[in-house]
Ligand binder design. Structure first.
Ligand code: MLT
Length: 266
């Protein structure tokens, strides 16, 4: 069921199910909170599971204006305030991980644990920023479909393309449904995000890092780099998965996530 709240005039949609310690799921670009369905369906008893459509995505508003990872993080904090939750574990995939780092910078006292998947701590390179600019122009002139054409091969492992055509269709539909204002807003937010590498040694709460073995967008080396710098962090590599292991290999992903959440409860 969709709920929503207004954050400084922008409607932010979320779903909230279950009870117990709060776990907030932050999706990647250019997706929405529906990408977490295999987790919310399978892990219903693992805690209070909250999935949020970041502004620009899914059922949230997509204003035509500046977006930033800080603003996304403040939207997440506003959802927690609205639900009366002081603390939560964040599960962030890719751009969701960038938002988790922004949340850490701005609201560290509200974090219980971090589950980072297919993300990186470094900022964009100049070349990466230029790629964002070009994708925003392509979205502006040709629409979200062209973003789906470019992104799909980067998001999914070849194995997924061959064996899960329905999943490929669902992800394409999710991308094509995204308003261009949201796509451009995300691209600007990601291009401008600060480097988070210096934060890593200061992370003192439990952290698990997951990455698809064939992730091209944020490869295993990025995950290893974070795991080596966050004290006590564990790294799990999911075989036959690309950038979206929660959708490509949900059983393995869910085992990692439920094991992590159970460990926190002990
Ligand atoms: C994502 O999945 O959120 C994006 O691929 C992240 C990025 O482009 O840096």
């Amino acid at each position: 069921m969709t709920s929503s709240l207004l954050v400084r005039g922008v409607r932010i949609a979320y779903s909230d199910q279950g009870s117990g310690p709060a776990v907030v799921f932050l999706h990647g670009f250019p997706l929405n909170r529906a990408m977490w369905r295999p987790q919310t369906e399978a892990l219903g008893s693992a805690g209070r599971l909250i999935t949020i459509d970041l502004r620009g995505h899914g059922e949230s508003d997509a204003p035509l204006w500046r977006y930033s990872v800080d603003q996304f993080a403040d939207d997440v904090a506003a959802v927690l305030d609205h639900l009366g939750l002081t603390r939560a574990t964040l599960v962030g995939l890719s751009m969701g991980g960038y938002v988790a780092f922004a949340f850490l910078r701005r609201h560290a006292a509200r974090l219980t644990a971090l589950f980072l998947t297919d993300t990186r701590a470094t900022a964009d390179t100049e070349e990466g920023r230029h790629g964002r600019y070009q994708m925003a122009q392509a979205a502006h002139t040709k629409g979200a479909r062209t973003v789906a054409d470019v992104m799909l091969p980067k998001l999914l492992a070849p194995h997924t393309f061959h064996t899960k055509p329905d999943l490929v269709r669902q992800i394409r539909a999710m991308i094509e449904s995204m308003p261009v204002s949201g796509i451009a807003g995300d691209l600007m937010a990601m291009a401008d995000r600060p480097d988070s590498v210096s934060l890593l040694p200061s992370i003192t709460f439990p952290t698990l890092i997951i990455v698809g073995e064939e992730d091209q967008a944020t490869p295993v080396a990025d995950a290893r780099f974070m795991a080596e710098r966050i004290p006590g962090a564990r790294l799990e590599i999911i075989p036959q998965a690309g950038h979206l292991p929660n959708l490509e290999q949900p059983r393995l992903f869910n085992e990692c996530l439920s094991g992590f959440l159970t460990g926190l409860a002990r």
